[in-house]
Write a protein that binds this ligand. Structure first.
Ligand SMILES: [Zn+2]
Length: 72
């Protein structure tokens, strides 16, 4: 029974991680090249001047293009 509870808790935590990733939709959007980067992308880290943090859907609404390295 104890094992079952532990397995159940692991299952819940694994799903919470997936859910939080799905909602973490903030991306780095380059207002000059219109490239959309994941926040963790090395290009996003280099891009400090023209990049803004916005929601992924807003970036694509503005005509964003997915980065070839991180896929946006
Ligand atoms: Zn990128």
């Amino acid at each position: 029974m104890k094992k079952f509870i532990i397995a159940f808790l692991v299952f819940i935590f694994a799903n919470l991680t997936l859910i939080s990733q799905a909602f973490a939709e903030t991306v780095m959007y380059n207002t000059q090249t219109h490239k959309v980067h994941k926040v963790s992308c090395p290009h996003a880290k280099k891009c400090t001047k023209n990049c803004i943090k916005i929601e992924r859907k807003d970036a694509y609404n503005k005509g964003g293009v997915p980065c070839k390295t991180c896929g946006g």
